[in-house]
Write a new protein. Structure first.
Lengths: 115, 116
Protein backbone atom coordinates (compact mmCIF):
# COMPACT_ATOMS: atom_id res chain seq x y z
CA UNK A 1 0.00 0.00 0.00
CA UNK A 2 1.42 3.39 -0.97
CA UNK A 3 2.26 5.75 1.85
CA UNK A 4 1.37 9.40 2.28
CA UNK A 5 2.58 11.37 -0.72
CA UNK A 6 3.46 15.03 -0.53
CA UNK A 7 4.32 17.27 -3.45
CA UNK A 8 6.49 19.06 -4.15
CA UNK A 9 9.43 17.98 -1.98
CA UNK A 10 11.11 21.36 -2.16
CA UNK A 11 9.89 24.88 -2.79
CA UNK A 12 11.60 28.23 -2.85
CA UNK A 13 9.41 31.31 -2.71
CA UNK A 14 9.90 34.98 -2.01
CA UNK A 15 8.24 37.06 0.67
CA UNK A 16 4.74 38.13 -0.16
CA UNK A 17 4.03 35.26 -2.51
CA UNK A 18 1.61 32.47 -1.81
CA UNK A 19 2.16 28.74 -1.99
CA UNK A 20 0.05 25.59 -2.22
CA UNK A 21 1.22 22.23 -0.94
CA UNK A 22 -0.42 18.94 -1.80
CA UNK A 23 -0.96 15.75 0.15
CA UNK A 24 -2.38 12.39 -0.92
CA UNK A 25 -3.27 10.17 2.05
CA UNK A 26 -2.93 6.44 2.31
CA UNK A 27 -5.75 4.74 0.45
CA UNK A 28 -8.73 4.38 2.76
CA UNK A 29 -7.57 7.03 5.19
CA UNK A 30 -10.07 9.85 5.42
CA UNK A 31 -8.44 12.10 8.00
CA UNK A 32 -5.61 14.37 6.92
CA UNK A 33 -3.69 16.66 9.22
CA UNK A 34 -0.87 19.12 8.67
CA UNK A 35 2.11 19.98 10.82
CA UNK A 36 4.82 22.61 10.59
CA UNK A 37 8.32 21.70 11.70
CA UNK A 38 10.95 24.35 12.42
CA UNK A 39 14.20 24.17 14.40
CA UNK A 40 12.93 26.74 16.88
CA UNK A 41 9.33 25.71 17.48
CA UNK A 42 9.57 22.03 16.64
CA UNK A 43 6.50 20.21 15.37
CA UNK A 44 3.30 22.21 15.58
CA UNK A 45 -0.20 21.20 14.59
CA UNK A 46 -1.76 23.30 11.84
CA UNK A 47 -5.16 21.73 11.13
CA UNK A 48 -7.01 18.53 10.43
CA UNK A 49 -9.57 17.70 7.77
CA UNK A 50 -12.09 14.92 7.65
CA UNK A 51 -14.80 14.48 5.02
CA UNK A 52 -13.86 17.79 3.42
CA UNK A 53 -14.42 19.65 6.69
CA UNK A 54 -11.88 21.23 8.96
CA UNK A 55 -12.29 19.38 12.23
CA UNK A 56 -9.60 20.98 14.32
CA UNK A 57 -7.22 23.91 14.04
CA UNK A 58 -3.97 24.90 15.68
CA UNK A 59 -2.78 28.36 16.64
CA UNK A 60 -1.66 29.70 13.31
CA UNK A 61 -2.71 32.95 11.60
CA UNK A 62 -5.39 33.02 8.93
CA UNK A 63 -2.71 33.13 6.22
CA UNK A 64 -2.54 29.37 6.68
CA UNK A 65 -5.51 27.57 5.20
CA UNK A 66 -6.34 24.21 3.81
CA UNK A 67 -8.97 22.13 2.17
CA UNK A 68 -9.80 18.53 1.50
CA UNK A 69 -11.32 17.05 -1.60
CA UNK A 70 -13.87 14.27 -1.94
CA UNK A 71 -11.09 11.75 -2.61
CA UNK A 72 -9.49 12.74 0.73
CA UNK A 73 -6.56 14.48 -0.94
CA UNK A 74 -5.68 17.71 0.81
CA UNK A 75 -4.02 20.98 -0.01
CA UNK A 76 -2.51 23.56 2.26
CA UNK A 77 -2.14 27.19 1.26
CA UNK A 78 -0.01 29.90 2.78
CA UNK A 79 -0.62 33.42 1.58
CA UNK A 80 1.60 36.47 1.93
CA UNK A 81 4.64 34.42 2.81
CA UNK A 82 6.99 35.57 5.54
CA UNK A 83 10.56 34.53 6.21
CA UNK A 84 9.39 32.74 9.33
CA UNK A 85 7.22 30.42 7.25
CA UNK A 86 10.34 28.60 6.10
CA UNK A 87 9.85 25.11 7.44
CA UNK A 88 9.23 21.47 6.71
CA UNK A 89 5.50 20.95 6.27
CA UNK A 90 4.37 17.46 7.09
CA UNK A 91 1.10 15.87 6.15
CA UNK A 92 -0.30 12.86 7.98
CA UNK A 93 -3.27 10.60 7.42
CA UNK A 94 -5.13 8.28 9.73
CA UNK A 95 -8.24 6.18 10.14
CA UNK A 96 -10.50 8.51 12.13
CA UNK A 97 -13.04 6.04 13.36
CA UNK A 98 -10.61 4.46 15.78
CA UNK A 99 -10.51 7.66 17.78
CA UNK A 100 -7.51 8.65 19.81
CA UNK A 101 -5.95 5.28 19.27
CA UNK A 102 -5.28 5.86 15.60
CA UNK A 103 -1.64 6.54 14.85
CA UNK A 104 -0.72 9.11 12.25
CA UNK A 105 1.13 8.07 9.13
CA UNK A 106 3.34 10.86 7.85
CA UNK A 107 4.65 11.79 4.45
CA UNK A 108 8.20 12.91 3.70
CA UNK A 109 7.18 16.55 3.86
CA UNK A 110 7.59 19.62 1.71
CA UNK A 111 10.59 21.79 2.50
CA UNK A 112 9.56 25.42 1.99
CA UNK A 113 12.20 28.13 1.89
CA UNK A 114 11.09 31.75 1.85
CA UNK A 115 13.68 34.30 0.73
CA UNK B 1 -3.08 22.41 27.89
CA UNK B 2 -0.88 19.54 26.90
CA UNK B 3 2.87 19.55 27.18
CA UNK B 4 5.62 17.07 26.33
CA UNK B 5 9.14 17.53 27.58
CA UNK B 6 12.15 15.73 26.20
CA UNK B 7 14.96 17.06 28.34
CA UNK B 8 17.69 15.32 26.39
CA UNK B 9 18.48 17.07 23.12
CA UNK B 10 21.35 15.01 21.73
CA UNK B 11 22.67 11.59 22.63
CA UNK B 12 25.67 9.92 21.11
CA UNK B 13 26.48 6.26 21.73
CA UNK B 14 28.69 3.61 20.28
CA UNK B 15 27.06 0.77 18.43
CA UNK B 16 25.76 -2.04 20.64
CA UNK B 17 25.30 0.24 23.65
CA UNK B 18 21.86 0.50 25.21
CA UNK B 19 20.23 3.93 25.20
CA UNK B 20 17.14 5.30 26.95
CA UNK B 21 15.23 8.29 25.67
CA UNK B 22 13.23 10.15 28.29
CA UNK B 23 9.80 11.71 27.93
CA UNK B 24 7.70 13.55 30.51
CA UNK B 25 4.19 14.71 29.72
CA UNK B 26 1.54 16.96 31.22
CA UNK B 27 -2.19 16.78 30.69
CA UNK B 28 -5.32 17.25 32.77
CA UNK B 29 -7.26 14.76 30.71
CA UNK B 30 -7.85 11.31 32.08
CA UNK B 31 -7.98 9.73 28.65
CA UNK B 32 -4.96 10.25 26.50
CA UNK B 33 -2.51 8.47 24.25
CA UNK B 34 1.25 8.59 24.12
CA UNK B 35 3.33 7.94 21.05
CA UNK B 36 6.92 7.63 19.97
CA UNK B 37 7.91 8.58 16.45
CA UNK B 38 11.26 8.31 14.70
CA UNK B 39 12.41 10.79 12.07
CA UNK B 40 15.33 9.61 9.93
CA UNK B 41 17.20 12.07 7.68
CA UNK B 42 14.65 11.48 4.91
CA UNK B 43 12.21 13.55 6.96
CA UNK B 44 9.31 11.12 7.25
CA UNK B 45 8.03 10.55 10.79
CA UNK B 46 7.78 6.84 11.43
CA UNK B 47 5.31 5.60 14.03
CA UNK B 48 6.92 3.32 16.64
CA UNK B 49 4.44 2.77 19.45
CA UNK B 50 1.34 4.13 21.17
CA UNK B 51 0.05 3.62 24.69
CA UNK B 52 -3.25 4.73 26.22
CA UNK B 53 -3.61 6.18 29.68
CA UNK B 54 -5.29 3.04 30.99
CA UNK B 55 -2.58 0.65 29.91
CA UNK B 56 0.60 0.85 31.96
CA UNK B 57 1.82 -2.49 30.83
CA UNK B 58 5.32 -2.11 29.53
CA UNK B 59 6.36 -3.80 26.36
CA UNK B 60 9.37 -5.18 24.63
CA UNK B 61 9.46 -5.47 20.87
CA UNK B 62 12.72 -6.77 19.52
CA UNK B 63 15.41 -4.27 20.50
CA UNK B 64 12.84 -1.69 21.61
CA UNK B 65 11.16 -1.41 24.98
CA UNK B 66 8.92 1.16 26.60
CA UNK B 67 8.38 2.15 30.21
CA UNK B 68 5.13 4.00 30.92
CA UNK B 69 4.63 5.29 34.48
CA UNK B 70 1.58 7.42 35.22
CA UNK B 71 2.84 8.18 38.73
CA UNK B 72 5.74 10.15 37.28
CA UNK B 73 4.05 11.10 33.98
CA UNK B 74 6.86 9.49 32.07
CA UNK B 75 6.96 7.42 28.92
CA UNK B 76 10.55 6.37 28.30
CA UNK B 77 11.90 4.46 25.33
CA UNK B 78 14.91 2.16 25.35
CA UNK B 79 16.90 0.76 22.46
CA UNK B 80 19.09 -2.18 23.37
CA UNK B 81 22.18 -3.09 21.37
CA UNK B 82 21.89 0.09 19.30
CA UNK B 83 22.77 0.07 15.63
CA UNK B 84 23.92 2.77 13.23
CA UNK B 85 20.54 2.61 11.50
CA UNK B 86 18.91 3.77 14.74
CA UNK B 87 20.45 7.20 14.20
CA UNK B 88 17.53 9.59 13.91
CA UNK B 89 15.50 12.16 15.79
CA UNK B 90 13.03 10.60 18.20
CA UNK B 91 9.84 12.37 19.19
CA UNK B 92 7.50 11.67 22.03
CA UNK B 93 3.94 12.88 21.47
CA UNK B 94 0.68 13.19 23.37
CA UNK B 95 -2.89 13.09 22.12
CA UNK B 96 -5.62 13.90 24.61
CA UNK B 97 -9.39 13.79 24.52
CA UNK B 98 -9.84 16.81 22.32
CA UNK B 99 -12.36 15.14 20.07
CA UNK B 100 -9.84 15.12 17.27
CA UNK B 101 -7.45 12.21 17.34
CA UNK B 102 -4.90 13.74 15.08
CA UNK B 103 -3.92 16.74 17.18
CA UNK B 104 -0.62 15.62 18.61
CA UNK B 105 1.52 17.64 20.93
CA UNK B 106 5.14 16.80 20.27
CA UNK B 107 8.24 17.15 22.36
CA UNK B 108 11.26 18.91 20.88
CA UNK B 109 12.87 15.64 19.89
CA UNK B 110 16.08 13.85 20.78
CA UNK B 111 18.81 13.47 18.19
CA UNK B 112 20.35 10.06 18.57
CA UNK B 113 23.69 9.35 16.90
CA UNK B 114 24.98 5.81 16.92
CA UNK B 115 28.64 5.57 15.98
CA UNK B 116 30.15 2.42 14.51
Amino acid sequence: KAGVTQTPRYLIKTRGQQVTLSCSPISGHRSVSWYQQTPGQGLQFLFEYFSETQRNKGNFPGRFSGRQFSNSRSEMNVSTLELGDSALYLCASSLPWTGLNSPLHFGNGTRLTVT
Amino acid sequence: AQKVTQAQTEISVVEKEDVTLDCVYETRDTTYYLFWYKQPPSGELVFLIRRNSFDEQNEISGRYSWNFQKSTSSFNFTITASQVVDSAVYFCALSADTGANSKLTFGKGITLSVRP
